[in-house]
Write a protein that binds this ligand. Structure first.
Ligand code: SAM
Length: 340
């Protein structure tokens, strides 16, 4: 079982960790009042005060439209003719000065505080949206979606593979890169593939190989298949909510393939870090771990049990803040915990 040396450095680090969790909660609650609404100059002043309080950078609330209008997918791929029994196109207008999410979580500082990048455009902007049923957004090249794939777009080279086709934003941006030789996609939903083949693929001006495999990502998540590629990006979940479940199932397979990233991995891992920090605090304080696990809500209990199983296998003694923070932020540790 992991052990701690009790000392002042760790006393302070533990308190700071727990405080950062409280802070982030307060911060999110305070900014929620402003998001998805028009930010009047008066409201902007109030919001800046809140951001200042939490040391979140605030000079970038006004975003340059170019992040969208100069994105090749936004510029070149038209979705307005898309139509199927279940999916239809709609033009959504983001009114000027509407405060919207611009990306997923961004870590801030060394503890657990993180910011949610938000901002507005100074003019109205139209965004193509594919809707399902009466009003549910099915897919859209939203700014936060494009921004959060940035790492995956950049790292793509050679033979690329992605799990989850969607509307093909990532494949399109990959194929534009000289370093990318071919793109393979694994997609579960035949309707998504049909829609892509009919309306979107014809707009891809490329001679490079683009292969869409109809199949379940879990069946292809094995070393034999992955080893055919130079870079893999896994993106078949909708948000952090369903994502952590799927990502955990992948981690349980304990695949060793280093050239692979997972969409919004850092954001999904926050939920796990929020269990690890109080768990370690419980161990540090010598309190009852069973009580701690019982206090966790039903949905997160299985993660708490994984945390406990993992730290029971560790035999080291933690003496410094760096060692403690490593247990919370090291991706290999986090992936191993989920793989338990
Ligand atoms: C968020 S979208 C991917 C967006 C895509 N990266 C893009 O650039 O447009 C997720 C996609 O994963 C697909 N999907 C869901 N579960 C899957 C699974 N188990 N295997 C493969 N694809 C899956 C969905 O049908 C959807 O098309």
């Amino acid at each position: 079982m992991i052990k701690f040396e009790r000392n002042t450095e760790l006393d302070i680090a533990m308190k700071n960790l727990i405080l950062s969790m409280v802070d982030v909660n307060d911060y999110i609650t305070s900014i929620l009042d402003y998001t998805e609404k028009v930010l009047t100059p008066q409201k902007e002043k109030e919001l800046i005060k809140i951001l200042k309080k939490y040391h979140v950078p605030y000079d970038g609330l006004k975003y340059d439209l170019k992040i969208l209008t100069e994105n090749p997918y936004y510029k070149e791929i038209k979705l307005d003719s898309v139509y199927s029994e279940t999916v239809r196109y709609e033009k959504a207008t983001i009114k000027k000065r509407t405060l919207i999410p611009m990306n997923f979580h961004k870590p801030m500082g060394k503890y657990l505080f993180h910011q949610h990048p938000i901002g507005y455009f100074d003019t109205d902007i139209d965004l193509p949206v594919l809707k399902e049923g009466s009003n549910k957004v099915w897919m859209s090249p939203a700014i936060s979606e494009i921004e959060s794939m940035g790492d995956g777009i950049e790292k793509g080279h050679g033979k690329c593979m992605t799990m989850g086709l969607g509307i093909g934003v990532l494949p399109y941006l990959w194929l534009l890169k000289d370093e990318v030789e071919s793109v393979t996609i694994v997609e579960l939903n035949q309707d998504v593939i049909d829609l892509f083949e009919k309306y979107i693929r014809p707009q891809f001006k490329t001679d490079k190989k683009l292969e869409v495999i109809h199949g379940n990502a879990f069946d292809y998540y094995n070393e034999e298949f992955l080893n055919q590629f130079d870079y893999v990006y896994v993106d078949f979940w909708e948000s952090t909510e369903d994502g952590l479940e799927f990502y955990t199932k992948l981690m349980e397979k304990k695949i060793n393939f280093p050239h692979m990233d997972f969409w919004i991995e850092d954001s999904m891992l926050y939920d796990l870090k929020y269990i690890i920090a109080p768990y370690l605090y419980t161990v540090y304080e010598g309190k009852d771990i069973i009580d701690f696990i019982s206090s966790i809500d039903v949905d997160s209990k299985k993660f708490a049990k994984k945390v406990n199983r993992y730290f029971k296998t560790r035999n080291d003694v933690i003496r410094t803040e760096d060692e403690l923070l490593n247990l919370i932020h090291d991706k290999d540790v986090l992936r191993e915990i989920l793989g338990q």
